[in-house]
Design a protein around this ligand. Sequence first.
Ligand code: ADP
Ligand code: MG
Length: 425
Amino acid sequence: MQAFIEPLFVNIAIVFSFTHLVNMFFPLHPGAIPDIKNKVVFGAISGIGALVCMVYPIETLKDVYFDLRNVPIMIVTLYAGWLPGAICSLVVILARVGMGGEYVWLGIILTLLAYIVSLAYQNFFDEDKKRWISAIYIAVIYTLFYMLFIHTYLNFLSLEFYLIYFSCFLIAFFSCIFLIERLVKINMQLKETVYLDKLAVAGQMAAAIAHEVRNPLTTIRGMIQFLGSTTTDKKLKEHSPLLINELDRTNKIITDYLSMVKPDVPKLERIHLKQVIKDVVSLTAPYGAIHNVEVTLSDIGSYEVCVDEQRLKQGLINIIKNGVEAIEDTGTIHLYRYKVTKRNIIIAIEDNGKGMTKEELEQIGLPFYTTKAKGTGLGMMVTYKLIGGMGGKLSYESDVGTGTKVLLSLPLCTKSGKGPEEVIN
Ligand code: ADP
Ligand code: MG
């Protein structure tokens, strides 16, 4: 019995160490589709993992070798796709042919079985919610076929062997999936922490700068007011109100920004979404017109949302401005009602600009991320914060060359109109 268990435990340890090794060099992320180079690397690493497993087989059984080489094949096919799976299987088959013996053909068939079963269920396995169910299916189907083959062709195997071998296989297979899922989660949390750190630094810096700029502005304003009221110079008297107006506007922008980066509570009010969006469209239409972009709005219907009006407007303006800037010649930005659920209304802001790649999409909202020569890379960071702060959500869909769709989800008003948490189901 020990002769069966020992090599299998060594095999399980090998599978775990290779999973950690891959994660160390290529941190695992959800839905991350590796490029062709990485696929080849994954295939090669899992192939080596399988080979190392083959070095420690259950040795007592004629010239058949039982080990857990099938686990790397299955895991890499399920997570990384057909190519790495094929590379890994090929490595295993070549090694098995090299080892020779009476049952080479059976070894090859069992390797192909692992590959084909995983490939057949890969799409099913890809969906987060069905992952564990499909893993169970895969394990059951594979185990049954495997048993059928060895029972038919290797009649010298004991019941004890079946029990131990398949228990170890199932332990290795499921714990490897569990390990990968945990690693993915930990990587995500790490990424989020780095993002939040950057966000905090950007916010603090911007707040400090804004604060410093406001002080001299106040002095300048006072001086202009004083000079304007005491001077005999006609021109200065005439223009000083304009100067003061502009300074007040600048001051307001800074105050707005400061209030945004400060973690204060947004003023949630019951507002008519249609009116706010109309205002924003008429506010941004001239900016669009200068850039040959038409900003259009479909009737979104009468909905009341519980939001901070100023913040919503600011967020929408930032999104529309980005849309205008993404259109190179002429184009349109279209705002319309995308969906209404029990609690939320989703507004789409769709442009037919240059669009974004998947990598670019992942970076949107990170402090200082910009692709524009004169961009600040703060617009979307602030917008995410503004919208998130009042219970809304932002998401992006984009195709290079076709355009971008921004989905803005806002909390609908409750019957009492107090806040999103009081929504009546
Ligand atoms: P900025 O506008 O100063 O560059 P933002 O945070 O507003 O900063 O946007 C960050 C980046 O996201 C932009 O530089 C641009 O590359 C990309 N982006 C945002 N919205 C769109 C859009 N609608 N279409 C294409 N790219 C966009
Ligand atoms: Mg911007």
